[in-house]
Design a protein around this ligand. Structure first.
Ligand code: ATP
Ligand code: MG
Length: 875
């Protein structure tokens, strides 16, 4: 079976068991403060497990793009070195939300593996939770009993809390789990050591393929467990590992999921896969990482300098440096693998082909930038090596290596490798200490302490009524205290709420709640696992009161202006620049909007103006808001709405239309475009290869911008008070200024002639050498060199001149001597060095002409006299 056939067979199997097949959620998580990337199939159902939302279907199955490179699950350092952990992988999963439980989950897993896929049952092992006295939990004998139907008791292995008790986080739903392991060793090896002894022992050929989680408890903030009223099934099976088992390979990378990519890398590098361990590891790293980076870009996460973007950047850099060091790739090449990746995965994930240009461009740009960093890093390292060698040292300080790593993005293992080549050693302990210190700093900055929810009303799912109401009578459903950075806040959930929670790029509302004449501020509103959470600095004295909740109307309106303007802008860009323009990100704020979109060159001034005119004309048409609050997604697409990659949509969506602009959007908008008043682009720039950013203002903010520009013009006109016509005024000012400069120059030249004559007249002649000197006036500070050279060329005998000048609190000195004196051994550089300490400075030049600058003008006279005396002594 090919990989695609295996994926399909899984979905088909669970469909036959009445499961609803749902699409993979985006790999990049947008609305969950605790998670950057999807790391398991269950992530998109977290809100159901938490009881924040009822399940739409009780049985669900899918294949989910997962990424395990940060937080609780981080496999990054293994990837490439072993053959069965990836950064990005597909997780096949089936779920039951309060429906079937352990029995069916175990039976169906067995049926699928053994009856459908025909895996040799003798190679399978199961683990069950052994219990834990501290937690007061006994062995999961239920799971053991169901497995006993399929497996002899000795192949059902006990597992401890670490391996066999699954938890979502520090608090929340959890429960025992049961894993299925497969023994892929050859018969001779299996005859010597029985497989059950190798389960969960990091043997690369006896590996876990499927984990069945039985969610039946809730972990509270004090650490205790309570039983859940509803029990759920959550399973996850590694698609690449399963494929390897079915295709009879000893490594995930030998399956048709990876081989085409590995072959392409091998072609480009001119090195065979299998030639040596180091080059194999490097090829696996590259083959793995190209998938992660490409999918991240599709999901709208470009490599960048912070948060999720930085994780992606580091993964790309890891691949580049492995290829750089072990495959000799000194030029961008990852971008050339995208085509092969599309041929392997493009069918199942259409976003790849649709975003090909962007993926390739972004990767190429990142590669180029990092290769430059590597080059700089190597130079710096060379310097360090030289220094250490000169000192006869054998090691390099951890601090220096950490600085290379931290400031220049220079990887530790590469540093170590280069040092070793130079007979030096890195002080690993010191480096680790620095790393730890940095991690601790980061931890302290983000440490949050969360109390348990205090629940006042049960069975209430919160409803957002803020599309229609800006004020409402509400009650508190639950609340809890949150402490971070020594600041205490309360998170409050209401039964209904008019407050919009930050999402879809639009900032959240703020406002207050009021009861019995007392007010409590709501400073921020955020979504957490689909729950609308209101942040309040203070908790109301009587939490069971009925409150009047009031949204800050002005902020809401100004935000709506910018949100609707964003839709009109998107539409206008597609009209003026072309339909390749697609939204890549947006931020809607009361004071401005920011819109990122795909487009490959800088917009011209003319294009910007055309877009502004288009948007403003749509504003003047006063197009009414047409809101479809809940329509099937297919219907919305018919209307012309575009689904964005990297966004998760349900079957039913909200569509927003203003004239020809139709978007899938949950945000708040104006009731008709005329309300926006005016729109103005403030800046257009580049965010990444192929992605441009527009910043713009609308409504009052556009008016303010217009006034501030107007004021500037008026002020300028006032400065040029005589001129009515501002342009003419400035033009004549510029040309007058040029005229004046010319005149000044002519005058100056005249003055310089007189000055030179005076210097010459005052000269002293010694042994046929004319000795000249002068302390010039400040206006000549820029002409010192000219004057010196003229004095020299206009003198028909041997000469020496010493000139000084003071300007802007600094001193300058210049010494010039004629050729015959140079031949006699006089040296202007020597002279200048001897006198420059007088002016507290230093200098240099050539033998016949040298200059110095210094900070002590009061030493100028002394310096000049000293120079003259030195010259005289030599004549
Ligand atoms: P392991 O101990 O092998 O790292 P795990 O305990 O982290 O696995 P789970 O969190 O239970 O795995 O994930 C469910 C399934 O996903 C695993 O049984 C495995 O098949 C697969 N899986 C987990 N991590 C990875 C990974 N990094 N790359 C590929 N597949 C993985
Ligand atoms: Mg793991």
């Amino acid at each position: 079976m090919t990989a695609s056939e295996i994926r399909e067979s899984f979905l088909k199997f669970f469909e036959s068991k009445q499961h609803r097949i749902v699409p993979s959620a985006p790999m990049v998580v947008k609305d969950d403060p605790t998670l950057m990337f999807t790391n398991a199939g269950m992530n998109q159902f977290k809100d159901i497990f938490l009881g924040n939302r009822p399940a739409e279907y009780l049985r669900v199955a899918n294949s989910q793009k997962c990424l395990r490179v940060s937080g609780k699950h981080n496999d990054l350092e293994e990837v490439g070195h072993d053959t069965y952990h990836h950064t990005m992988f597909e997780m096949l999963g089936n779920w039951s939300f309060g429906d079937y439980f352990k029995h069916e989950a175990i039976d169906w897993a067995w049926e699928y593996l053994v009856d459908v896929l025909k895996i040799d049952p003798d190679r399978l092992y199961a683990t069950v939770f052994e219990g834990n006295a501290e937690e007061g939990l006994v062995r999961d004998s239920e799971a053991f009993e169901y497995w006993s139907k399929h497996l002899p008791a000795h192949r059902i292995v006990n597992g401890n809390k670490k391996d066999n008790f699954w938890e979502m986080g520090d608090t929340g739903p959890c429960g025992p789990c049961s894993e299925i392991h497969i023994d892929l060793r050859d018969p001779s090896a299996r005859a010597v050591v029985p497989g059950e002894q190798l389960v969960n022992k990091d043997n690369p050929e006896v590996i876990e393929i499927w984990n069945l989680v039985f969610i039946q408890y809730n972990r509270k903030a004090d650490g205790s467990l309570e039983s859940l009223p509803q029990r759920h099934i959550d399973t996850g099976m590694g698609f690449e590992r399963l494929t390897r088992a079915i295709q009879g390979k000893t490594s995930n990378y030998d399956t048709d999921v990876f081989q085409p990519i590995i072959q392409e890398i091998s072609n480009i590098a001119g090195i065979k896969y299998g030639a040596a361990r180091e080059t194999d590891v490097a090829m696996r790293v590259v083959a793995d990482h190209i998938r992660t980076i490409s999918f991240a870009i599709c999901d709208g996460q470009l490599p960048s300098n912070n948060k999720a973007g930085y994780v992606i950047r580091r993964i790309l850099r890891r691949a580049v440096r492995y290829a750089y060091t072990f495959l000799g790739m000194k030029e961008p090449f990852m971008c050339r693998l995208v085509e092969t990746l599309i041929s392997v995965m493009g069918k199942a994930y259409t976003e790849l082909a649709a975003n090909r240009d962007l993926i390739e461009k972004v990767i190429r740009e990142e590669e180029e930038a990092f290769l430059r960093t590597l080059a700089t890093g190597i130079q710096l390292l060379d310097k360090i090596i030289e220094e250490r060698k000169q000192k006869g040292a054998k090691t390099v300080e951890g601090k220096q290596i950490f600085e290379l790593y931290d400031t220049f993005g220079f990887p530790y293992d590469l540093t170590e490798l280069i040092l070793r080549e130079n007979g030096l050693e890195a002080n690993h302990e010191e480096f680790e200490k620095e790393m730890e210190a940095q991690k601790a700093r980061a931890r302290n900055a983000t440490a949050v302490e969360t109390d348990d929810w205090v629940v006042l009303r049960k069975d209430d799912t919160e409803e957002f009524i803020g599309y229609d109401h800006l004020e409402a009578e509400v009650e508190i459903v639950k609340y809890r205290r949150v402490k971070s950075n020594n600041k205490e806040l309360y998170q409050i959930v209401f039964n209904i709420t008019p407050f919009y929670a930050e999402s879809g790029g639009q900032v959240g509302d703020c406002g207050y709640i009021e009861a019995k004449g007392e007010k409590w501020e709501i400073t921020e509103v955020k979504k957490e696992n689909n729950l609308i959470v209101h942040l309040a600095p203070k908790l109301p004295t009587d939490v069971s009161a009925r409150f009047n909740a009031v949204v800050d109307v002005r902020k809401r309106q100004m935000t709506a202006n910018h949100h609707t303007a964003t839709h009109l802008l998107h539409k206008a860009l597609r009209k003026i620049l072309g339909t390749h323009v697609e939204q890549r990100g947006s931020l809607v704020h009361p004071d401005y909007l920011r819109f990122d979109f795909s487009h490959f060159q800088k917009m011209s001034d003319e294009e910007i103006r055309m877009v502004e005119r288009e948007v403003n004309s749509e504003i003047r048409m006063n197009l009414p808001l047409e809101e479809h609050r809940a329509i099937p997604i297919a219907r919305a697409k018919e209307m012309g709405a575009m689904a964005l990659f990297g966004e998760k949509y349900g079957d039913v969506v909200r569509a927003i239309r203003f004239g020809e602009s139709v978007e899938l959007c949950g945000g708040t908008h104006v009731s008709a475009t005329g309300q926006i008043g005016m729109f103005k682009i403030v800046a257009e720039s580049s965010v990444a290869a192929g992605v441009r950013r527009i910043e713009a203002v609308a409504g009052e903010k556009a008016e303010e911008l217009m006034y501030s520009q107007n004021d500037l013009l008026r002020e300028l006109a006032e400065i040029l008070h005589k001129q009515k016509d501002l342009r003419k005024g400035i033009e004549s000012l510029v040309s007058e200024n040029a005229e004046l400069m010319k005149e000044v120059e002519t005058f100056k030249q005249g003055v310089i002639q007189t000055l030179k004559r005076n210097i010459s007249d005052d000269a002293k002649v010694l042994n046929g050498v004319k000795l000249m000197h002068c302390q010039l006036k400040p206006i000549f500070s820029k002409s010192v060199k000219d004057i010196a050279f003229q004095l020299r060329s206009e003198c028909d005998s041997s000469m020496a001149a010493v000139l000084g000048v003071e300007a802007d609190g600094k001193a300058q000195i210049a010494i010039i001597i004629s050729e015959e004196l140079v031949e006699k051994g006089l040296d202007a550089i020597e002279l200048i060095k001897a006198v420059s300490p007088e002016i507290n400075g230093g200098g240099g030049g050539q033998k016949f002409f040298a200059t110095a600058g210094g900070k002590n003008p009061s030493g100028l006279q002394t310096a000049i006299s000293k120079a003259l005396r030195l010259i005289e002594e030599r004549l």
